[in-house]
Design a protein around this ligand. Structure first.
Ligand code: ADP
Ligand code: MG
Length: 325
């Protein structure tokens, strides 16, 4: 199988159409038509074998997760994803591997109506790079730098299950657990929060997706906005399954705060907008969790069990943990 046949059978055959894509795979460039009054937002993510995923993973899951991680970057900025490019490096053209990879890729793309518009295929150590293209009405993309003192900090869903999966998915008690399929899903098939895009555009002053862990990513919002975050630890939405499979609350909280890979969103809402934001969420049957407030200053803070504010350092949780152990 030469490169041309490979691209045609595994990537071109199932590529879907979108009105913004004038033409995609087959020419030296893809051609996109950007609707007037819209901004084009572009983001790239690389997943390297044995760094971001194990080469023993089902290729279906590798592709699926790569797509979802990229779509999550669009959701974080309130941009609607519509097109992707794929740079694929593989050790050798293994047809079973490519077929599974292509299946996972297109299942994920089709779920979000995203077209594959081109890419590059090379031989080498396994890695997957995707570039996603998204659209937002001019000036309405939500950045990391827009939070103001007093803004309320929210997260879009429960945290920690994917990180638990990274550490425990192959443990015998987890393999036999009724929760195993959901833990596996959290790790391999995350759901990017594209359902939040319209709410973010309307209400959020800043936003980020939680890929590295809540504390690390919230810290980026703080740094970019030049502010401090005061976090209410009891409000952190620890994933309910963690409460079943993880006996220590401290350990469950640690996964939720620092685990990463959740692909929920962390965002800020001006406090005067809170009521209408909560009403809008309610009428769209969504649930978000308020976890703190932005204030003047730098860094992350929380109350210890003596009701004193303590700063969470770079490996923040440990500091917090020691205060509470
Ligand atoms: P060139 O040699 O001009 O860079 P290629 O032979 O690499 O072109 O690619 C031919 C066409 O196939 C291009 O439109 C390119 O975008 C597309 N393509 C190559 N690899 C992939 C891939 N892995 N997924 C999707 N499209 C691809
Ligand atoms: Mg060319």
């Amino acid at each position: 199988m030469d490169e041309f046949e490979l691209i045609n059978s595994y990537f071109k055959a199932r590529a879907s159409k979108r009105p913004e894509v004038v033409y995609g795979i087959g020419d030296d460039c893809a051609c996109l038509h950007i609707p007037s009054e819209q901004d084009l937002l572009v983001s790239m993510d690389t997943l390297v074998a044995d760094v971001h995923f194990l080469s023993t993973w089902d290729p279906y899951d590798i592709a699926y997760k790569a797509v979802m991680v990229n779509i999550s970057d669009c959701a974080a900025m309130a941009a609607a994803p519509f097109a992707m490019m794929l740079a694929l490096t593989i050790p050798q053209p293994d047809e079973y591997w490519l077929a599974r990879f292509s299946e996972g890729l297109f299942d994920a793309l089709e779920l979000h109506h995203v077209a594959l518009i081109g890419g590059d295929t090379t031989r080498g150590p396994l890695s997957v790079t995707l570039t996603v293209h998204g659209l937002a009405p001019q000036g309405q993309a939500v950045r990391r730098n827009g939070a103001k003192p007093g803004d309320l900090i929210y997260v879009s869903g429960a945290l920690g299950l994917a990180a638990f999966g990274v550490n425990h998915l192959s443990a015998p008690d987890v393999l036999q657990s009724v929760h195993q399929p959901l833990i596996k899903k959290a790790l391999h098939h995350p759901t990017p929060r594209t359902d939040m895009i319209l709410l973010l555009r309307e209400y959020a002053s800043s936003a980020i997706d939680i890929s590295d862990g809540l504390l690390a990513d919230l810290n980026h919002l703080c740094q970019n906005s030049g502010l401090a975050a005061f976090i209410d630890m009891p409000s952190i939405p620890i994933h309910p399954i963690l409460q079943h499979v993880q006996s220590s609350r401290q350990q469950a909280l640690k996964f939720a705060l620092t685990g990463g890979d959740d692909y929920e969103l962390c965002f800020t809402i001006p406090s005067q907008q809170e009521e209408s934001f909560l009403n809008a969420m309610k009428s769209s049957h969504m649930r978000c969790y308020q976890i703190g407030q932005m204030r003047e200053g730098r860094g992350l803070y929380t109350l210890n069990n003596r009701r004193q504010y303590v700063q969470l350092g770079a490996c923040g949780y440990q500091h917090f943990g020691q205060e509470n152990d």
